[in-house]
Design a protein. Structure first.
Ligand code: N01
Length: 541
């Protein structure tokens, strides 16, 4: 099924093939069409939204507040109203349909069309793209907009395939829905997806068993409903808000880190700042307190202790409290992405909810009727795999991209991932990544990054067309230099101390390196510098 065009057959030559109809893919389609390029978007899902299409598990909602988390184009926000500050996945899906309608994008999007192979033709300087629905294209440029979470990670749990109950990964939840009502549910994993599923399952599951390996440091969401009147009033300031969002430090209009060390103030002042950030909710406690939280262990510990005490105050059982919010931090605060919660900690006071520490007592196997750890057995009707993603690079390897000499991403990055500015890699001419590895991805947010990084991509393609270039390729030296620069930034922070997906460390065997660039403003400056200097580090011909 496609939206708009007849899916059968060959599209012939297009200027740009885009993979993915999430924020980045839609933005590229909108802007490149405006610039006069022909564009085709291939999307594996049956609708737009990317992660917001696939992650339809009960309780899924975004952790970045609106209106920051939306496109800045007035024709989109003018008639759009949210119901909540942190919208749910169904509301986000409606938003994506609104975007597609308002910008009239549908005719160029091919849904249920997974890119299965893309080969670079050295003679024509074009990508031959083949898809699961039979649509093909010969594209001058291939823009990979698959996001960081396109490939779910399922750990190697012995016996998982023999489980006879219901089993879903959060990112492959049935689109038709699956409730927890009256079931004995086991949730494996306590990252952002696990937190949200647990909150929901605790309401109606007969029994909920949460298998925790590492405690999440979940922050108070401080959810709020939003009225039409309040949004109408706020819209008077949207143009200015989006202008600020796009300026240094970039990505959030109202999350500004203080230019003050946590160690330079006394405890009372520190707590005042922390209380204020806590009350504002969302990522404020992570990203808008002191300037050395993520670089100085002592400063970081003050954040952790504040979070721990806030959290433990809500837990009735001291043993459960010690597992969920240990006396000493299991990793530095904020070096794994903090999830947002509404009543995650409170549900552990309920009689139908149990916590199992699978660090101390690891899962040994999944049986046809449940889960067995070294010491205990749990009978379950349903297993939820909230085990995250082969993030940043995993989704890319699924596309069957063959660059020069048939090289795949997996081959090029076998020992370590390296991309020039997080947008291009040697051996893959005319291919640009948006929201990809070694760009600000996880430290920016979808719509903002789609616009900020996206404009650079639009400018680059326009520059090539205007100057008569048909080929752009990164150099191995530039890839290596950017990757080393990312390493240097990682070394100056505490991120390396956590086994997180930021570091590729959640998937066994993956090279361990910082896969996201933590400085949005520095990144944008580098992009601008590169364009202004005539694209050093790239070969244009
Ligand atoms: O994945 P995760 P996620 N046995 O990797 C555990 C975004 N997101 O899907 O920490 C037992 O964070 C693993 O344990 P450990 C957001 O950016 C956003 O939750 O490796 N447990 C961990 O607890 C987020 O950061 C939203 O020890 C195992 C969990 O599985 C990112 O996506 C919502 C295990 C995986 O946590 C990823 O979040 C959802 C095993 N063998 C997601 N293997 C919002 O916007 C893994 N685990 C709110």
């Amino acid at each position: 099924m496609t939206s708009g065009k007849d899916p059968a057959g060959h599209l012939g030559q297009v200027d740009v093939a885009v993979v993915g109809a999430g924020f980045n893919g839609l933005y590229q389609l909108y802007r490149l069409r405006q610039e006069g390029f022909s564009v085709a978007v291939f999307e594996a899902g049956a609708g737009p939204g990317g992660v917001w299409y696939w992650n339809c598990y009960p309780g899924a909602r975004v952790d970045s507040h609106v209106p920051n988390y939306e496109f800045s184009m007035e024709q989109i926000w003018r008639d759009w109203y949210w119901t909540e500050r942190f919208p749910s996945q169904p509301e986000l899906q409606r938003y994506f349909h609104h975007v597609v309608d308002v910008l009239a994008l549908a005719p160029d999007i091919y849904y249920e069309t997974r890119v299965e192979n893309a080969r670079f033709d050295e003679t024509a300087n074009r990508w031959s793209v083949e898809t699961s629905s039979g649509v093909t294209a010969e594209a001058r440029h291939l823009l990979v907009c698959t996001g960081f979470a396109a490939k779910p990670y399922v750990p190697d749990l012995p016996g998982l395939e023999r489980f006879e109950g219901i089993c879903h990964h959060t990112a492959r939840w049935p689109q038709s829905g699956q409730s927890f009502d009256g079931l004995k549910v086991g949730v494996i994993g306590t990252g952002a997806s696990g937190v949200q599923v647990v909150q929901e399952a605790a309401k109606t599951a007969a029994e909920l068993t949460v298998f925790q390996r590492t405690p999440v440091m979940a922050l108070a969401m401080q959810q709020a409903t939003m009225s039409v009147e309040e949004q109408d009033e706020a819209k008077l300031g949207y143009a200015e808000m989006f202008r600020v969002r796009n300026e240094p430090p970039g990505s959030f209009a109202d999350l500004i880190r203080l230019n003050v060390s946590a160690m330079s103030v006394d405890e009372a002042e520190r707590n005042r700042v922390y209380e204020q950030a806590w009350a504002r909710g969302g990522f404020h406690f992570w990203a808008a307190t002191f300037n050395d939280i993520l670089t100085n262990e002592q400063a970081n510990r003050t954040s952790y202790d504040f979070w721990r005490d806030k959290t433990r105050a809500r837990l009735q059982d001291p043993a459960v409290a010690e597992l969920l919010a240990p006396t000493d931090p299991p990793y530095p605060f904020g070096t794994k992405r903090p999830s947002l919660e509404q009543d995650y900690y409170d549900v552990f006071n309920q009689p139908n909810v149990a916590l199992v520490d699978v660090k101390a007592d690891p899962i040994s196997e999944v049986t046809p009727v449940g889960v067995r750890t070294a010491d205990r057995s749990f009978e379950l009707d349903m297993i939820v795999l909230a085990t995250g993603f082969d993030a940043n690079t995993g989704g890319l390897s699924q596309l069957g991209v063959e660059g020069r000499n048939g090289m795949s991403f997996a081959e090029y990055w076998a020992d370590r991932v390296q991309l020039n500015l997080g947008v291009a890699a040697a051996g893959f001419p005319n291919l640009l990544f948006l929201y990809g590895p070694q760009s600000p991805t996880a430290f920016c947010n979808g719509p903002t990054c789609a616009e900020l990084q996206g404009e650079w991509v639009v400018d680059t393609l326009r520059h090539m067309r205007d100057e008569g270039y048909t080929r752009l390729e990164s150099t191995p030296e530039a890839d290596a230099a950017w990757s080393e620069h990312c390493d240097a930034i990682a070394a100056a922070t505490l991120f390396g101390q956590a086994d997180s997906w930021y570091m590729g460390a959640n998937v066994p065997g993956k090279p361990r390196q910082l896969l996201n660039y933590p400085l949005v403003d520095g990144y944008l400056a580098k992009l601008a510098e590169t364009a202004a200097a005539g694209y050093p580090g790239f070969e244009l011909s």
